[in-house]
Design a binder for this molecule. Structure first.
Ligand code: C2E
Ligand code: MG
Ligand code: MG
Ligand code: MG
Length: 274
């Protein structure tokens, strides 16, 4: 058990045993919370859904972001109880919001380590919370499917049969095998923010984004652009026909209370600066 006032891990140079003890303590003492980043319809500006992002609230200091502790959680197996907590909490909150307001979609990240148990934990979270499966989207990365494509395709088909939606996250950064697009039952493609960042500066990044969008639409997938930070990126993505945008231009990840406030507006638009 970690002592109060234990230094907060910052990622680099953290002793993994220390992080492991702190993560166990966090699980026991309710020190995780969820932030929600809006996903916005690029054509209408309307709120379409949100991605759930895990935050760890250490006894002292600022919330810790996932890259500083997910690797340790994965290495120690703690990703399983943490990931189940994320799913259950996110599904429960969304179900309550859906009951009071208009239906809303929530995207939850699944670590590659959780992948083999995905069907079991998703089913349990849906049963426990009563959430309509169509309101849940699972974000997986290419890493989850790279090792064994036929097995991964099987897992995704079973998840699909539960009625949940599937998104391929950080598209373009991993292997980006076109095999994945051909063989996996994926509904949404998320273009990694490195391409979005590059598309104003270089014609190559712009052409890649344009053609990822075209390819995804040809395969009846929706496209989310990640890391949209400027009006210039938004305008270009809109012209290219990208469906949804997520990024600091629209909103930073929000506390649940704030997202709820957005949802209760008659027209839940997310304003941008430009
Ligand atoms: P991701 O799934 O690609 O999530 C998007 C990340 O980009 C988030 O970082 C978000 O805060 C950040 N972001 C969003 N808009 C912008 C922008 O306009 N500019 C910039 N520079 N960044 C932006 P975060 O919250 O630190 O999460 C990092 C990664 O940690 C996520 O990447 C995801 O892979 C992982 N993660 C987050 N929550 C969970 C979780 O519950 N379970 C698992 N297994 N992984 C998670
Ligand atoms: Mg994600
Ligand atoms: Mg992503
Ligand atoms: Mg990313």
């Amino acid at each position: 058990m970690a002592k109060r006032g234990t230094p907060v891990p910052t990622g680099a140079g953290v002793c993994p045993e220390n992080v492991e003890a702190l993560l166990r303590d966090a699980l026991q003492n309710d020190r995780f919370t969820l932030a929600y980043q809006p996903q916005v319809d690029l054509q209408t500006g309307q709120l379409d859904g949100a991605e759930v992002l895990l935050r760890w609230l250490p006894p002292t200091g600022a919330p810790v972001l996932p890259p500083a502790f997910i690797p340790t959680a994965e290495a120690t197996g703690l990703i399983h109880p943490i990931g189940e907590w994320v799913l259950r909490t996110a599904c429960g909150q969304t179900h309550r919001w859906n009951a009071n307001n208009r239906p809303f979609r929530l995207a939850v990240n699944l670590s590659p380590r959780q992948f083999s148990r995905a069907e079991e934990i998703v089913l349990a979270a849906l049963r426990e919370t009563g959430l309509d499966p169509g309101r849940l989207e699972l974000e997986i990365t290419e890493q989850s499917v790279a090792e064994d494509l036929p097995a991964a395709a099987g897992v995704l088909r079973r998840l699909n049969a539960l009625g949940v939606r599937l998104a391929l996250d950080d598209f373009g950064t991993g292997y980006s095998s076109l095999q994945y697009l051909a063989r996996l039952p994926v509904h949404t493609l998320k273009i990694d923010r490195s391409f979005v960042a590059g598309m104003i500066r270089t014609a190559k990044a712009r052409i890649i984004v344009e053609n990822i969008i075209r390819l995804a639409h040809g395969l009846s997938m929706r496209v989310v652009a990640e890391g949209v930070e400027t009006p210039g990126q938004r305008d270009l993505l809109r012209r290219q026909g990208c469906d949804l945008a997520q990024g600091f231009l629209y909103s930073r990840p929000l506390a649940g209370k704030k997202l709820r406030m957005l949802l209760t507006r008659p027209e839940p638009c997310v304003q941008t600066a430009g």
